[in-house]
Design a protein around this ligand. Structure first.
Ligand code: G3I
Length: 397
């Protein structure tokens, strides 16, 4: 009798679910995880898979696949350029909120989290600001006040809507810079000294008590094995440790993840060790701008598969190494690609001689590459005991 009851009950469940259009996985009809989106598979681990969004592409009615893919595949979005100072305030005192507001609305409609990018960076600053400093019409005191006003205005406008803010971006030099000794680089350090970093985080926290405040940089995927004095990752680690010791509200470190298949790059274990070390400071981590470019040799451009396939495989291996490392550390909250289709990638414009490209997980026709499928495989075939759900980060007051 009991068996009959169970059979009837089971039949009811299946019929009800079928009606709801969500037939449960059964032995004969399992849900094929390979058909699920990156966002769905990521949320198995409470991990947010994100992408940078080009607002012009998002609004291009002639290219609906861009918008459809952003909505389907990703649970987090970042404005590639729309929230940068030059885009937000091209003329002093006149704000262009439109594109950024559009992304905020898009994310809300599609139940996506938002990464705010970027409050303080030495690139894409409005000309009125840099010209004013250079010609002396903007004093150091006024510059600091302008920075405070910019951060306060932008963060207050989007208060409660931004999950993670890239508060300060790329403040640290690279070993190949001049001078080679690692130092605080760029416009802001030059004119305000490195103290602007702590100021920026404190001003951002004063404007939003809940957003997670990140320091974001590239070439910090792993700690070096050479001279620590020349290791950018170590420099950033020491900087964040000191900021936290000084009570500065740094909640996270964003590792951009701009890699190239022509470089050695890093093993999953090296990257996992770095994430674990940063987490030891009490901060969350995130991969914030992942792409893996390749040199577009003559053979690649001629369509020679002997030259293309190794690059596609190397790209997939690099994407996968970063994702596996992120999965391995419960404080790694999100994995964001810096664009998802070669149709809209910053790489060809920035690396033209010699030409580079092929950096994203889909080709220019939105066809998924090996890297896309490797990311899915990592998300499907990972779980306890070494991969556990993310641990939420509490914003530091
Ligand atoms: O908006 C102007 C437009 O008005 C003008 O007509 C046009 C003419 O050149 O330029 C447009 O600005 C361009 C901007 O992207 C928006 O499209 C800039 O020239 C161009 O330099 C800028 O490139 C961006 C780059 O940052 C600037 O450094 C890339 O799209 C963007 O992907 C890239 O992203 C950065 C992250 O923010 C920080 N980490 C590194 C990453 C790669 O550089």
């Amino acid at each position: 009798m009991q068996l009959k009851r169970w059979l009837v009950a089971g039949a009811v469940v299946i019929m009800a679910a079928a009606v709801a259009g969500a037939a449960p996985a059964t032995a004969s009809h399992p849900v094929d995880p390979a058909q699920q989106s990156l966002r769905t598979l990521g949320l198995r681990h409470n991990l947010y898979l994100g992408t940078a969004v080009d607002l012009a592409a998002l609004n291009d009615s002639a290219d609906p696949q861009y918008r459809a893919t952003v909505a389907k595949e990703f649970s987090s979005v970042t404005a590639e350029n729309a929230m940068k100072w030059a885009e937000l305030e091209p003329t002093r005192g006149t704000y262009n909120w439109g594109p950024a507001d559009e992304l905020v609305a898009f994310a809300k409609r599609n139940n996506q989290k938002l990464r705010g990018h970027v409050l303080v960076w030495h690139n894409q600053l409005p000309a009125w600001l840099t010209d004013g400093v250079n010609d002396g019409s903007i004093s150091t005191d006024e510059l600091r006040d302008l920075l405070r006003k910019h951060i306060t205005t932008v963060v207050k406008r989007y208060q409660g809507k931004i999950w993670q803010w890239d508060v300060v971006n790329e403040a640290v030099s690279d070993p190949w810079d001049n001078p080679p000794t690692l130092h605080y680089k760029g416009f802001w350090a030059q004119h305000l000294g490195p103290g602007y970093i702590a100021d920026a985080f404190r001003w951002a926290r004063a404007a939003d008590p809940k957003a997670l405040l990140f320091y974001n940089d590239y070439n910090i995927e792993a700690f070096g094995s050479g001279d620590p004095a020349n290791d950018k990752t170590q420099f950033v680690y020491d900087m964040v440790r000191q900021l936290r010791r000084d009570g500065v509200p740094v909640d996270g470190v964003g590792s951009q993840g701009h890699l190239g298949t022509q470089y050695g790059n890093y093993s999953t274990l090296q990257v996992a060790a770095a994430l674990k070390k940063f987490a030891g400071l009490g901060v969350a981590t995130a991969f914030t701008e992942v792409d893996v470019r390749s040199q577009l040799t003559e053979g690649v451009q001629a369509g020679d598969s002997n030259e293309i396939n190794p690059r596609l495989q190397a790209s997939a291996a690099n994407y996968s190494a970063l994702l596996q490392a992120c999965l391995a550390d419960r404080h790694c909250l999100s994995y964001t690609v810096w664009g998802f289709t070669d149709k809209h990638s910053w790489v060809p414009g920035w690396f033209s001689d010699p030409p580079e490209g092929m950096a994203t997980i889909m080709d220019e026709n939105y066809q998924p590459k090996r890297a896309y499928f490797e990311l899915k495989a990592d998300l499907i075939y990972s779980g306890p005991p070494y991969v556990l759900p993310r641990i939420p980060q509490r914003p530091r007051r």
